[in-house]
Ligand binder design. Structure first.
Ligand code: TXA
Ligand code: MG
Length: 333
């Protein structure tokens, strides 16, 4: 039997983009696909809508949001670009890269969205549906991943509905996303810093920069704030215990496999899902969150995860898996 939904879901189209933009302009909350994960959008200049967005996600308001823009002119209205930032934007936008930059003096993004910081995270998404909605609204859209805070990010409209049905106004369904992990976040400070590994591999960025990206200090900064609050140890956590680098499967465990499954005990696994049978990291990233959700629903004793290599998208995959393996801290959910 189909489950009755409260929130309206409409297939992506030009008409849907116009409806989404009208809803956003009225202070509504609209989920839509980007190439990385589904985002939950609010008009970035509308403080009341942003307050609703934090409530709908159950997100702590010290965790700032990413402002999405349609083009470079839109980005320059809200953030100051130095030569390095411009180089990165030219090389990788539109695409899965977010830049943390100083705000412009008259930045129209509501202070609530930037958690009172003097920087703003900016991203120009590549997904045609996200771009249509941005163009139709004509203003920046803040969009965190469209999941309840602390849950795994959504890669389909059905994932969004299962987390946020009844709490948001509209979901634009553009099918499954292509990248599957969130954008890479680079802080454009004195020297650029990798704040979150993501859908754009670090090596590609370092090649354009001509030098390695700095890593953030392991501890929160002096003000007690994490450099990118999304770096909190527990994030993206399923309810089922996640066991990393599994070398064998214990009875009753579910298996999240990568590559050929030749691991002792796999024949007794409660369920097996493979991120990529051919060991392809791009395919693995696209499958990661959907497989974690499905295995979480299988209610196994634990989810055992086979090792995933650390290069290319493997850095972001392992980052998310490590956070999924830390039990949720109720304060930082
Ligand atoms: O791929 C993505 O980036 C997706 C799609 C929807 O665009 N969005 C996304 O947003 O992942 P969210 O809210 O789940 O993650 C945004 C991250 C958080 O870790 C937040 O702390 C960080 O960006 N962030 C935002 N503004 C920041 C700032 N001014 N300085 C440092 N970190 C910031
Ligand atoms: Mg998120």
């Amino acid at each position: 039997m189909a489950v009755e939904l409260t929130t309206k879901i409409i297939p992506a189209s030009e008409i849907a983009a116009a409806e989404a933009a009208r809803c956003l302009a009225d202070g509504g909350l609209v989920a839509f696909p980007t190439e990385t994960v589904y985002g939950l959008g609010a008009d970035a200049t509308h403080a009341e809508a942003i307050a609703r967005l934090y409530r709908a996600k159950g997100r702590p308001s010290f965790n700032p949001l990413i402002a999405h823009v349609a083009d470079l002119a839109g980005a320059e209205r809200i953030a100051r670009f130095d030569a390095t930032a411009r180089k990165l934007a030219e090389a990788f936008w539109p695409g899965p890269l977010t830049l943390v930059l100083p705000k412009t003096p008259r930045c129209p993004v509501a202070d609530l969205a930037t958690a009172g910081l003097d920087t703003v995270a900016v991203r120009m998404p590549a997904h045609p549906v996200a771009r249509d909605i941005l163009r139709a609204l004509g203003r920046p859209i803040v969009a965190p991943s469209a999941n309840r805070s602390g849950h795994v990010s959504p890669t389909t409209a059905a994932h969004v509905a299962s987390d946020l049905d009844g709490r948001i106004d509209l979901i634009v369904d553009g099918g499954a996303v292509s990248v599957g992990v969130e954008s890479t976040i680079v802080g454009c400070f004195d020297r650029p810093m990798l704040l979150r590994p993501g859908g754009l591999p670090r090596a590609a960025i370092e090649q354009v920069l001509g030098h390695p990206l700095r890593r953030p200090p392991p501890r929160p900064d002096a003000a007690g704030q994490p450099m990118a609050p999304g770096m909190l140890a527990s994030h993206y956590a399923p309810r089922t215990l996640v066991r990393l680098d599994a070398a064998r499967i214990e009875p009753g465990e579910a298996l999240l496999a990568f590559g050929a499954v030749a691991i002792p005990g796999h024949d007794v696994a409660a369920t097996i899902l493979n991120l990529s049978e051919r060991g392809d990291l791009t395919e693995a990233a696209a499958n990661l969150f959907g497989h974690l959700r499905a295995l979480d629903e299988a209610r196994a004793r634990a989810i055992a995860v086979m090792p995933v290599p650390e290069h290319d998208l493997g850095e972001a995959i392992n980052d998310r898996l490590r956070r999924a393996a830390v039990p949720a801290d109720p304060i930082h959910k």
